[in-house]
Design a binder for this molecule. Structure first.
Ligand SMILES: [Zn+2]
Ligand SMILES: [Zn+2]
Length: 196
């Protein structure tokens, strides 16, 4: 089973919904994550409420938070599930607070230029912009790149697929491709990669 994510238009930067852009929400005391390659702060891309996933295979409710390095485009292997130029966090669903931005960083490198709700829907109306998909199987643009869980070494479960979004200036940058998020809920781990 798969559920589409439709563009729901502008939403508050700290809205506790599935969205692209805005402020990341995480448990109190969470530090803004940094790039493992260049050590500068990562850019927050999106949060996905796993309760939006379809059907009996939906994982335990939680929130998937996705980050990617925007400091040195192309030089931190932002597409890789393991190089450290991006980060996917699997967080609990409740008691999340806005993560304070690192004071010295350029706001444009920390967040997207727009905040958009991503609304789950079984089918897309003719006029809707599709931002991605939840559940089902990944629609790989290249080869099957299912990551193995860094803790239990089993293949991770496909969770979400994202496209760049309708506005090329403020959207995510996947090289005009698609991004894929996987999770291992027993281990509390997530991984993110993209192909183009
Ligand atoms: Zn980097
Ligand atoms: Zn695992």
């Amino acid at each position: 089973m798969t559920t589409l994510l439709l563009d729901g238009g502008p939403v508050a930067p700290d809205a506790p919904v599935t969205r692209t852009g805005g402020t990341p929400l995480a448990p109190a005391g969470t530090a803004w994550p940094t790039c493992a390659s260049c050590a500068a702060p990562l850019q927050f891309l999106a949060q996905i409420h796993l309760g939006d996933l379809p059907g009996p295979t939906a994982p335990t409710p939680g929130v998937l938070a996705l980050f990617m390095c925007a400091n040195r485009p192309g030089r931190c292997e932002q597409w890789s599930p393991t190089a450290g130029g991006n980060l996917a966090l699997l967080l609990p669903a409740d008691r999340l607070e806005p993560v304070p931005a690192p004071g010295e960083a350029d706001p444009e490198l920390l967040g997207l230029g727009a905040v958009r709700a991503a609304v789950p829907a079984p089918t897309a109306p003719a006029t809707a912009t599709v931002l991605g998909r939840l559940g089902g199987t990944p629609d790989w643009l290249q080869y099957d790149e299912t990551p193995d869980c860094p803790d239990c070494a089993r293949p991770m479960q496909f969770t979400a697929e994202l496209t760049e979004g309708p506005d090329p200036v403020t959207a995510m940058n996947f090289g005009s491709g698609r991004a894929y998020a996987h999770t291992c809920t027993p281990c509390g781990r997530a991984a993110f990669l993209w192909q183009c």
